[in-house]
Design a protein around this ligand. Structure first.
Ligand code: MN
Length: 423
């Protein structure tokens, strides 16, 4: 029987204005997320991911439930990113561990890391999903070259940037006396593995060790947000009263960081534009051009919207799409009005070129427009009337007039001016 004791520490660092890392610490479930995206969208993504994993109950849920929660969080982030212009392209790393007895199930996306200290020796459990990490695995870069590479922050897999995420999922056997470390690249990018190993081996409670690791990252320059979770696997002591250990370990669910730094209003339009162009593979402040997959991700995020339409439990219609639906209706109605007005205009012009001779009561007149009316509106107006009354005309002439034959203006004028009373 193993007792779990955890500590967590997170810092904005010495260079960044905001902390976009998030963490979740709960007995048996430990998560570190490192968000990316301009205008502090990264903190939205990392927080959404950690919040999403709160649905996992480490006491009863399996590694499969953890994976499902990660996939749900991925979809939620992708949809939200698509809905809000300021959040487009946001994403996050996620490195999480679920402990069941001596089995540690890890789920991992991005370049945050999990390490295990066993018998004083540090092992990196996760592979970085980063551009330089892949080059190291292909033998194209040494780990030393990767550590200082200008594009070392470019990651190749993230949560929230694709409709489907492909996390690494694997189990590790742990033993009493082992110590687990989860960290964002603000630690591993600033502090060497040998220094991490040295500090992690210090015989202090996990909370102090976590704080010491963050201090080491700050001492090395603190160029990035740094978040550290340390978990001890301790043998269960016979007199361990569960209620006492709980009280000593702080809140049951520790979600943070509670302080993210300066208010988000400091973000400029320029940063926002930059973030949109750089998209998911760069964190705010990085200079490197994203590799080709960036374009795929735009399409992928867009694809989320259509995939959701057919999807089961996800919201049936993303908001962005229904907004377009409303816009489309407005467009259709305005277009219809324009067409109708144009048709009336054309009709009025054509109508005004028509003439006929007709009789109203006893008056014979030349009318401009068509005989008849639409919705009570006469289509024609009288422009000239005959000096001769209708009743005085010969029957054959009356019949001609009643036929309402269309004529030119001149023909009509000539006709009514030459009318004479029947003998
Ligand atoms: Mn980072």
């Amino acid at each position: 029987m193993t007792r779990l004791v955890a500590g967590v520490s997170s810092s904005v660092g010495l260079v960044r204005s905001a902390n976009e890392d998030s963490f979740l610490v709960r007995e048996g479930l430990y998560v570190v997320c490192d968000g990316m995206g301009g205008a502090r969208a990264g903190e939205v993504a990392s927080e959404m991911a950690c919040r999403g994993l709160m649905q996992v109950d480490p006491a009863t849920d399996s590694a499969g439930d953890l994976l499902k929660a990660v996939q749900d969080a991925n979809r939620s982030i992708a949809v939200r990113s698509h809905e809000h212009e300021g959040l487009l392209g946001m994403g996050t790393t996620l490195t999480g561990g679920l402990v069941k007895g001596s089995k540690l199930s890890l789920v991992h996306v991005g370049d945050s890391r999990a390490y295990l200290l066993h018998a004083g020796e540090l092992t990196q459990l996760t592979e970085d999903h980063s551009w330089v990490g892949e080059m190291v695995r292909r033998g194209e870069l040494t780990p030393q070259e990767a550590a200082v590479h200008p594009h070392r922050s470019v990651i190749t897999r993230a949560l929230g940037t694709d409709p489907d995420v492909d996390p690494d999922v694997f189990d590790v056997e742990v033993a009493d006396g082992d110590r687990l470390l989860l960290c964002s690249d603000g630690l591993s990018g600033m502090v060497s593995d040998s220094e991490i190993e040295r500090i992690l081996a210090i015989d202090e409670p996990p909370q102090q060790v976590a704080a010491a690791l963050v201090d080491a990252a700050l001492a090395a320059g603190g160029e990035d947000n740094v978040t550290v979770v340390v978990v001890d696997f301790r043998p269960q002591e016979p007199d361990d009263a569960k209620s006492e250990t709980k009280a000593a370990e702080g809140p049951e669910v520790n979600f943070g960081p509670s302080d993210r730094g300066a208010p988000s209003g400091v973000a400029t339009q320029a940063r926002r534009r930059l973030a949109r162009r750089q998209l998911p593979f760069l964190r705010a402040g990085d200079q490197a051009p994203a590799p080709a997959p960036a374009a795929d991700n735009l399409a992928a995020v867009a694809a989320v919207a259509s995939a959701e339409g057919a999807g089961g439990e996800a919201p049936a219609q993303p908001v962005a799409r229904s907004k377009w639906g409303r816009k489309r209706w407005v467009f259709v109605i305005v277009a219809a009005i324009i067409v109708i007005v144009a048709m009336i205009g054309v009709f009025a012009v054509v109508n005004s070129t028509m003439y006929y001779v007709g009789a109203s009561g006893n008056v014979v007149a030349l009318y401009q427009g068509l005989p008849g009316s639409i919705l009570g509106i006469d289509l024609s107006q009288r422009i000239e009337q005959s000096a001769v009354s209708y009743s005085s005309l010969a029957q054959s002439v009356k019949s001609q007039i009643d036929a309402h034959k269309l004529v030119t203006k001149e023909e009509g004028q000539r006709f009514i001016r030459t009318l004479v009373a029947a003998p």
